[in-house]
Write a protein that binds this ligand. Structure first.
Ligand code: S3P
Length: 450
C-alpha cells in the first residue's frame, strides 16, 4: 500500500485537486476491493420503499451524493427514511398515491435518475403541485425525453425551453395509459413511464430500440407490481393501479464503479485485483464483453444470485489489449463505462471505434468532447465522432493538468489514466467522484504497490 503516489489538495474547503505521481520505476495494483452499492438499484430501492406500503430494508445502499438527493426528495414528500448508511437503511413507505405536496422545491442535485424517475411519480399524483430542480449540470440536461411521453399520458409539466429543462413545475393528474415507442434505449425514460403507470388505470407499455438496464422491472415485480415483459420487442407493460408492499433489498456492488478497477488492473503492468460482490446483471455487463473483445484477462468467480440480481467476484490481471469496435445494442449495456473504456483503448494496439453513443453528449458532461480533449492533452490520439470516438492506441501518456468538468466518471477515468502516465498529473475538481464513489481515492491508495 502506498499513499505517496496520491495526494489530495483541498481548495476552499470544497474543490479537490487529485495529484497522481507514479514512481519512475512504475507501480502495480494488488489486492481485494469492495466497491460501493449499485447507484441505479440504490435509487430504485429508496423510491419504491418510499411509495410502498410498510417497511423496506435496504442493505448495501450507495452512500454517494446521488442517492442522498433521492432520499431527501422523498423525505420531503412524507416518506420516513432512517439515517443513510451502507449497513441497513429502513424506509417506512407512505403507500402508493400518497406522496405529499412538498413545502419547497425538490432538489435532485446532480442526479438525472432522481429527476427523471421521480417525474413519472409526481405527474401521476392528482391534485398535488410539485417543483423540481437540480444543479447546473442537471438543469442543462434534456428532460423532454420524459416530459413528452408523460404529456401524452395527460401530464401537466412546465419548464424552460418548451418544457424541456429544469426547473420544472408539475401539476399532478390522473393519467391515461399509452404505448410509448421510445426513440432511445434509456432506462431512465423506461422507468419514468413505468412509475407513472403504477397509478394509471390500465396497461402502460414502453418499447425501446434496444434493451436498457432492467433494475426497475426486477424491483417493481419484487414489490408486487404486475409486469409483462416481451423480450422479442424490448417491451414492458405495467398494469395499474398497482399495490406495492415493502421488501428487503440487498444492493450488489456497482459494476460501473468496478469498471475503473477492471481497466486499471488490465493496463497497469503486473497487476492482480479481485473486485468483490459485483452486480453482473446481463443488462449491465457490456463492459465485460468489450474488455473480453480487447483481450483483457478477467475471470468471474463465485457467481451467485442475491435478492434477484446476479452477483460475482471479478479477478483482473494485466494483459496486452487490442483495439475493437463498440457499437449497436451493446451501447446501452455499457453506456456509463465508455469514459473508462476510452482509457483502455488508449493502451490497446490498433484503432478502437466507439459508435452509436450520442447519448454520452447529454450525460453529467459531454463525455465525448471531454474525454477526447482531456486524453489528447495527455498525448493520446482521440478523434471525436458525432456519436462516439476513434482512438488510436499505443501512444504513451504524459502527465499534465486535467479537469473533471465536475463529472464523477470523468474524474475517476482520468485518475486511472494518470497511473500509467509519465510525470505528475493534477486532476482538478476531483471531488466529483463522490457522486457515485465516495471512497474512490482511499481505495486507489490501498491497492497501489510500488
Ligand atoms: C440509469 C440509466 C442510464 C445511466 C445512468 C443511470 C438508471 O441513463 O447512464 O447513470 O439508473 O436508470 P439512461 O437511461 O438515460 O441511458
Amino acid at each position: 500500500m502506498s499513499s505517496s503516489v496520491i495526494t489530495v489538495e483541498t481548495k476552499e474547503n470544497v474543490s479537490q485537486n487529485l495529484v497522481i505521481q507514479p514512481p519512475a520505476s512504475g507501480l502495480s495494483l494488488q489486492g481485494r476491493i469492495q466497491i460501493p452499492g449499485d447507484k441505479s438499484i440504490s435509487h430504485r430501492a429508496l423510491m419504491l420503499g418510499a411509495i410502498a406500503q410498510g417497511q423496506t430494508q435496504i442493505k448495501g445502499l450507495l452512500l454517494g451524493e446521488d442517492p442522498c438527493s433521492t432520499a431527501s426528495c422523498f423525505q420531503a414528500m412524507g416518506a420516513e427514511i432512517s439515517e443513510l448508511n451502507s449497513e441497513l437503511v429502513t424506509v417506512t413507505g407512505i403507500g402508493l398515491g400518497n406522496l405529499q405536496e412538498p413545502a419547497d422545491v425538490l432538489n435532485a442535485g446532480n442526479s438525472g435518475t432522481t429527476m427523471r424517475l421521480m417525474l413519472g411519480l409526481l405527474a401521476s399524483h392528482p391534485g398535488r403541485f410539485f417543483t423540481v430542480t437540480g444543479d447546473s449540470s442537471l438543469r442543462s440536461r434534456p428532460m423532454s425525453r420524459v416530459v413528452k411521453p408523460l404529456q401524452q399520458m395527460g401530464a401537466q409539466i412546465w419548464g424552460r425551453q418548451g418544457n424541456s429543462l429544469a426547473p420544472l413545475a408539475i401539476s399532478g393528474q390522473a393519467l391515461k395509459p399509452i404505448h410509448y415507442h421510445s426513440p432511445i434505449a434509456s432506462a431512465q425514460v423506461k422507468s419514468c413511464i413505468l412509475l407513472a403507470g403504477l397509478l394509471t388505470e390500465g396497461q402502460t407499455t414502453v418499447t425501446e430500440p434496444a434493451l436498457s438496464r432492467d433494475h426497475s422491472e426486477r424491483m417493481l415485480r419484487a414489490f408486487g407490481a404486475k409486469l409483462d415483459i416481451d423480450p422479442e420487442t424490448n417491451s414492458v407493460t405495467i398494469t395499474g393501479p398497482a399495490h406495492l408492499v415493502g421488501q428487503t433489498v440487498i444492493v450488489p456492488g456497482d459494476i460501473s464503479s468496478a469498471a475503473f478497477w477492471l481497466v486499471a488492473g488490465a493496463i497497469v503492468p503486473n497487476s492482480d485485483l479481485v473486485i468483490e460482490n459485483v452486480g453482473v446483471n446481463p443488462t449491465r455487463t457490456g463492459i465485460l464483453e468489450a474488455l473480453a473483445m480487447m483481450g483483457a484477462d478477467i475471470q468471474l468467480l463465485n457467481e451467485r444470485e442475491v435478492a434477484g440480481e446476479p452477483v460475482a467476484d471479478l479477478r483482473v490481471r494485466s494483459s496486452r489489449l487490442q483495439s475493437c469496435t463498440i457499437a449497436g445494442e451493446i451501447i446501452p449495456r455499457l453506456i456509463d463505462e465508455i469514459p473508462i473504456l476510452a482509457v483502455a483503448a488508449v493502451f490497446a494496439e490498433g484503432r478502437t471505434v466507439i459508435k452509436d453513443a450520442a447519448e454520452l453528449r447529454v450525460k453529467e458532461s459531454d463525455r465525448i468532447a471531454v474525454m477526447a480533449q482531456q486524453l489528447n492533452q495527455m498525448g493520446a490520439k482521440v478523434t471525436e465522432l458525432p456519436d462516439g470516438m476513434e482512438i488510436t492506441g499505443g501512444t504513451p501518456l504524459v502527465a499534465t493538468d486535467l479537469d473533471s468538468y465536475t463529472d464523477h466518471r470523468i474524474a475517476m477515468s482520468l485518475a486511472i489514466a494518470a497511473l500509467v502516465a509519465t510525470g505528475t498529473t493534477t486532476i482538478h475538481r476531483a471531488e466529483a467522484a463522490s457522486i457515485s464513489y465516495p471512497n474512490f481515492i482511499p481505495t486507489l491508495q490501498s491497492v497501489i504497490s510500488q
